[in-house]
Design a binder for this molecule. Structure first.
Ligand SMILES: Cc1cc2nc3c(=O)[nH]c(=O)nc-3n(C[C@H](O)[C@H](O)[C@H](O)COP(=O)(O)O)c2cc1C
Length: 246
């Protein structure tokens, strides 16, 4: 029975990690670029209507207006809005036998993704590092100390991140998924994270907030900030969220 470290999915994760030293000379394979759009110039076309009956539905402007925004008002966001964003990204919506189901789908209903928050400006909550307890719908207080500059530095010093009201940091408990699916499980982990982040982006838009997904970070630095055992759990994605400008 192969252990995690010997699996190709796990090795891939390690081999593609960024760190401050190797990033400078990181070899990028010489792969030629390709157009963003796949085209079938020779085929028959069926024009798609843009007059959807749903046009007035709330979801339409949310999708239309969503943008990765990197400028935020330096105002607090409401705890209620943060709670909604957490619920929208990972909240439990149903139970069946031993399974719980959430707002975002997950391969095999295994939910390998954990949510941490670096809180900077949320009404009624001290700046610090928190973990989202999905089951009890509450925040676990990990450190009541502003860690925004550490998180920003870990995210390749992308300055806008220090301006966010809260930064979501998602980690993967890889064993949760790989113990069932083996190497293929690594695919599912990243797909899960994509669903979760997209739900967050829509919920941010719905609450008048702005957000930007960020996947460029030094893996070990972010794992250290979260205080997680990187052999079992590792940061995979983040998103900065703050009050929308204007
Ligand atoms: C997987 C992923 C990683 C990203 N990482 C970063 C990042 O590190 N820094 C950043 O400023 N934006 C990042 N973005 C945002 C993209 O730059 C943005 O989605 C893209 O320019 C398209 O713009 P839009 O999101 O406004 O439609 C990331 C987006 C995705 C999906």
């Amino acid at each position: 029975m192969p252990e995690l470290e010997t699996c190709s999915g796990y090795k891939y994760l390690i081999e593609t990690a960024y760190d401050r030293e190797t990033i400078k000379n990181m070899e990028r394979p010489a792969i030629a670029q390709i157009d963003t759009f796949k085209r079938y110039p020779e085929t028959e076309k069926i024009e798609l209507p843009r007059s959807w009956k749903l046009k007035e539905a709330r979801i339409v402007p949310l999708l239309q207006n969503r943008r990765s925004r990197r400028k935020y008002e330096q105002k607090e966001i409401d705890l209620e809005d943060l709670a909604f964003m957490l619920w929208a990204s990972q909240g439990i919506t149903a139970k069946s036998g031993c399974y719980t189901f959430r707002t975002a789908p997950s391969g095999g209903a295994l939910y390998p993704v954990e949510t941490y928050l670096s809180i900077h400006r949320v009404k009624g909550v001290k700046p610090g590092l928190y973990h989202f307890d999905v089951e009890s719908f509450c925040l676990d207080v990990l450190t009541e100390k502003d860690i925004s500059s550490r998180v920003t530095a870990a995210c390749l010093d992308q300055k806008f991140m220090a301006q966010s009201a809260v930064t979501f940091i998602w980690s993967a408990v890889v064993r949760r998924c790989m113990s069932k699916y083996g190497n293929r499980g690594m695919r599912y982990i990243f797909l899960d994270a994509g669903h979760i982040c997209q739900n967050l982006l829509i919920a941010a838009e719905a609450t008048g907030n702005a957000a930007c997904p960020v996947a460029a970070f030094y893996d070990d630095d972010l794992n250290d900030i979260l205080g997680i055992n990187s052999n079992e759990e590792t940061a995979i994605y983040t998103a900065a969220v703050g009050k929308k400008q204007g």
